[in-house]
Design a protein around this ligand. Structure first.
Ligand code: GRF
Length: 216
């Protein structure tokens, strides 16, 4: 089976991008990272991608002003030019409209630094600490028009430790992110993920609820 052509969309340092690039170096991995796109020309991840020999493109949202559909049109054109089959958002800090998202049904993935549906949105680690949550983590999910709400493909949990700060907690969650994103992309690229009634089945089996996860 040919490897699926994947684009990773970033806005910043790109550590999740780097984890996906690393996983895809293995020839038996079912996806190849064909393209990295940033909406910010200064994103550090672009340098990392280029150093790894991966094609990069910048679609700078600032040059489109408030015209979201022009920005998304340019993004779509770049993805088509590179014959992309699956798109992974990895620290991509722009909301995508339904018009774009609906072009990529079950082919657009995102990683979120919390155990969804808990802590959608920004500042997840700060909010998890404030809420006194005992188990925190990260989620890879399919993107749907409603933010951080699509079917969950995989989750990874960490225990919150006494004395954790936002930074220490974020660092432990990031380790989990780097483990689960390559796993999730592999499952999707192998065609093992199906969505039924808004939930993912992996090889026909429902994804475990976050409450059943053992901390990594
Ligand atoms: C990660 O925590 C990711 O979950 C969130 O933004 C951060 C991006 O980090 N969406 P990086 O650019 O992948 O290092």
């Amino acid at each position: 089976m040919s490897r699926k052509r994947v684009a990773i969309l970033i806005s910043g340092r790109g550590s999740n991008m780097a984890a996906l690039i690393e996983a895809a170096k293995d020839e038996s991995y079912p996806a190849e990272i064909a393209l990295v796109v940033s909406n910010r020309p200064e994103a550090g991840g672009l340098l990392v991608a280029r150093a790894a020999g991966i094609a990069t493109e910048t679609v700078d949202h600032a040059t489109f002003g408030k015209n979201r559909s022009a920005f998304e049109g340019a993004l779509q054109a770049v993805l088509e030019k590179h014959r992309i089959e699956i798109v992974c958002l990895a620290g991509f800090m722009r909301l995508l409209t339904a018009a774009f998202v609906n072009k990529w049904p079950q082919r657009l993935l995102n990683i979120h630094p919390a155990l969804l549906p808990a802590f959608k949105g920004l500042d997840t680690h700060k909010r998890a600490l404030e809420a006194g949550t005992e188990t925190h983590g990260a989620t890879v999910h399919f993107v749907v028009p409603e933010m951080d709400s699509g079917p969950i493909i995989i989750q990874g949990a960490v225990k919150v430790r006494p004395g954790d700060s936002e930074e220490t907690l974020a660092a432990r969650v990031l380790v989990v992110e780097h483990r689960i994103y390559p796993k999730a992309l592999k499952l999707v690229a192998e065609g093992r993920v199906r969505v039924e009634s808004g939930r993912c089945l992996i090889d026909g089996v429902p994804v475990p609820d976050a409450s059943e996860l053992l901390p990594m």
